[in-house]
Design a protein around this ligand. Structure first.
Ligand code: NAD
Length: 389
């Protein structure tokens, strides 16, 4: 637990059903004259989706805009290069991201290379940015990564198959919009994957070596909200109450990991994502029980608390027995929302594990993991996630 820390919060967060209609006025207030909207073709094609609603509000406020619709899942270096070229060609002055983590990270990455040098791979790491990004608003459509309010920007280098992270307070969007109405039609599998990402982002900071009392409270509340709403969102996407709770949870989890950092689940998930281009939330969910079972001996009391927070009955159990129950609850959640059991499902191959293990230990998320592993141990964890049935 850290007793001396700086606590990062984004500037302004609009939250709740219908808040998207305020984006035009807020863009105007920020003096945005010609924002580049960073999104993908699917979201742009929805007749009443987030892009349609945001652009209607911008038009009403007389704010001109240009659209880059080339965002790919697990955004690549070439995505931010394309967006930067369009930004310069169209003489834009600001950025609005609309989508999930991939859109926000593409927008952040574009801002980074506009003001901090063209080669983003050289900026991987912590607090490497010396210049401010252009003004950035993030409209979130998944619940989710928390990227709309975090200091992280995750980009994939297709040459090395490495997902790398640029972590800086300068990446935090000036304004975020989290409107659950924009998430009602998120398909079941995407709801499950993004919800499991939020679940992992609430669990890893709770056992991180960089946690503090504030992040603890955010993790506890996020986990409780996810326990009582993620299954409901998967079962019925139009349950507004459940969707709203998931947005609250993903924001809380985002704030928690923004300050307490993550662990080996994310460090290893980035390797799966970089190598196999698999959905990030699924990668995290597949690794969660295996990694946290391994972590238990570093913080058994914390895992025993997690079991209680997840609603397990720990009365009469030893700390170790209660800790094991938390892993059972994690497995149950993944199973209930339809996550596959093994990383075979995303095409993982054991011959890739040695290099992925080496790179996982270098990932920025590895350093706050409660148990310090060797390369052989990480290979073993990949193998267990592969053998899981
Ligand atoms: P995503 O942004 O990759 O989107 C996945 C798909 O969902 C896309 O095809 C998109 O069109 C679709 N989609 C998005 N919103 C939708 C909606 N409302 N309805 C229907 N379809 C919709 O998914 P994600 O899980 O939000 O983001 C994953 C990315 O975020 C990964 O690259 C991951 O590494 C990164 N990430 C970043 C942070 C951070 O803090 N920067 C944290 C965690 C993860």
């Amino acid at each position: 637990m850290k007793s001396n820390f700086d606590f990062l919060m984004p500037s302004v967060n609009f939250f709740g059903p219908g808040v998207i209609e305020k984006i035009g006025a807020r863009a105007k207030m920020l003096n945005m004259k010609r924002p580049l909207i960073v999104t993908d073709q699917f979201l742009e094609s929805l007749s009443d989706g987030a892009v349609a609603q945001a652009t209607a509000s911008l038009k009403a406020a007389d704010v001109d805009y240009v659209i880059y619709n080339g965002v790919e899942p697990n955004p690549k270096v070439h995505n931010i290069q394309e967006a930067k070229a369009l930004y310069l060609k169209e003489k834009c002055d600001s950025i609005i991201t609309i989508g999930g983590g991939s859109a926000h990270d593409t927008g952040k990455g574009t801002g980074i290379i506009l003001t901090n040098g063209d080669d983003i791979t050289k900026l991987a790491g912590i607090e490497t940015l010396t210049n401010a990004l252009p003004p950035l608003i993030a409209v979130n459509t998944t619940a989710g990564t928390g990227s709309e309010l975090t200091r992280h920007c995750v980009i994939t280098n297709t040459e090395t198959h490495l997902k790398f992270v640029v972590v800086s307070w300068r990446n935090i969007p000036l304004v975020s919009f989290n409107d659950p109405m924009l998430m009602l039609d998120v398909p079941k599998s995407l709801t499950a994957a993004t919800g499991m990402d939020a679940f992992v982002q609430a669990i890893e900071p709770y056992v991180s070596t960089n946690r503090n009392a504030i992040t603890d409270s955010q993790c506890i509340q996020a986990i409780k909200l996810i326990e009582t709403s993620l299954r409901e969102c998967v079962a019925n996407g139009h349950n507004i109450e459940a969707r709203t709770k998931m947005v609250e949870a993903e924001m809380l989890a985002g704030m928690a990991f923004n300050n307490a950092d993550l662990g080996y689940v994310h460090a290893m998930a980035h390797q799966l994502g970089g190598q196999y281009d698999a959905p990030h939330g699924v990668c995290c969910a597949l690794l969660l029980p295996v990694v946290e079972q391994y972590n238990i001996i570093a913080a058994p009391e914390r895992f025993a608390e997690l079991a209680q927070i997840m609603g397990e009955n720990t009365a009469g159990l030893s700390v170790r027995e209660a800790a094991d129950l938390s892993i059972k609850a994690m497995r149950q959640m993944a199973e209930d929302v339809g996550i596959p059991k093994s990383i075979k499902a995303i095409g993982a191959k054991p011959e890739d594990f040695p290099l992925m293990a080496e790179n996982a230990l270098k990932d920025g998320n590895a350093f706050s993991n409660p148990r310090k592993g060797t390369k052989e141990e990480i290979i073993q964890l990949f193998q267990e996630a592969y053998d899981a049935e």
